[in-house]
Write a protein that binds this ligand. Structure first.
Ligand code: C2E
Ligand code: MG
Ligand code: MG
Ligand code: MG
Length: 278
């Protein structure tokens, strides 16, 4: 009896594994075709200056229109794309798309807008990453100062030697570099000092309670001190309430983004939005 039980539970386990594998296989297969079928698109989330409220630029955020599952956020497919290497081509598509948007903005006389693009560790660790960027800049002929690359703190601090040189080369091209999700990684200050970067983006987890919780506020003030020491611009992520913005004003944070004034928008809506706010 016991033996039979064991066998049937094994069979059940086996079926579940197969389903899971099959599911992963089907998902990965769809992901590998998403570029060809033009299923990716970018949303642009406005970034504002805290002091003036002026629009500074936008962050490009990737979405996948999955044929059956609908619109998927990066967390639902980027980890897989990073694991199987698809991120290389997807990331290149994102960069080209964002650069052509920069050109479009220039055509309609919004040439002072900066577009920030997220770059994953897998992309940055490729030997030819800087070369690829150079190529894209040449092909799209954008003003490099309109492009900002965002790399997360953990990406930057991982394999720091390799990355430090690349950031230097990228800066040499006239591109700006921001450290994303700052405060969640494990930066050493001396390493941060050696990285050629322009900006720190303070992670949403600190901003979330900044108007209620003294610790969040102190941490943000401490990050502000680090940024000032290294001459870096600061951006607060995930600002949803006016009270949070008031604390940012008090702490003299330079810029902010968040649902309060700017949800991520499709290209044409972003343009309409810019026209509306002047
Ligand atoms: P991130 O770079 O830190 O981007 C900010 C995330 O916070 C975005 O999520 C944005 O929609 C969300 N957000 C902005 N304001 C608010 C707010 O007020 N409240 C809340 N609750 N959320 C807010 P999203 O678009 O899901 O992107 C998640 C992450 O995926 C990004 O975090 C970035 O690390 C990554 N990602 C997005 N697009 C790309 C891409 O093209 N390439 C790569 N490598 N990574 C990307
Ligand atoms: Mg980002
Ligand atoms: Mg971020
Ligand atoms: Mg984040």
């Amino acid at each position: 009896e016991a033996k039979k039980d064991k066998r049937s539970s094994y069979r059940l386990f086996n079926t579940m594994m197969k389903e899971k594998l099959n599911h992963t296989y089907v998902f990965e297969n769809a992901l590998s075709k998403a570029l060809v079928y033009n299923q990716f698109f970018l949303l642009y989330q406005p970034i504002f200056e805290v002091e003036t409220g002026k629009l500074f630029g936008a962050e490009a955020l990737l979405r996948w229109r999955h044929p059956e599952l609908g619109i998927l956020a990066p967390i639902e497919f980027l980890p897989i794309a990073e694991k199987n290497g698809l991120i290389i081509n997807i990331g290149e598509w994102v960069l080209r798309r964002a650069c052509s948007f920069i050109n479009k903005l220039k055509e309609i006389e919004h040439s002072s807008i900066t577009i920030a693009v997220n770059v994953s560790a897998v992309q940055l660790e490729e030997d030819d990453f800087v070369y690829k960027i150079k190529k894209i800049l040449k092909e799209t002929k954008i003003d490099p100062s309109c492009l900002e690359l965002e790399i997360t703190e953990s990406t930057a601090m991982h394999n720091i030697k390799n990355i430090a040189q690349k950031l230097k080369d990228l800066k040499g091209l006239g591109i700006k570099i921001a450290i994303d999700d700052f405060g969640t990684g494990y930066s050493s200050l001396s390493q941060l000092h050696n990285l050629k970067i322009d900006k720190l983006k303070i992670d949403r987890s600190f901003i979330k309670n900044i108007n209620q919780d003294a610790t969040s506020k102190s941490i943000t003030a401490a990050i502000m001190n680090i940024a000032n020491t290294f001459n870096l611009v600061t951006v607060a992520e995930g600002v949803e309430e006016l009270e949070q913005l008031h604390v940012l004003q008090e702490l003299k944070i330079n810029m902010f983004q968040g649902y309060l004034y700017g949800k991520p928008l499709k290209e044409d809506y972003f343009i309409k939005y810019m026209d509306k706010i002047g």
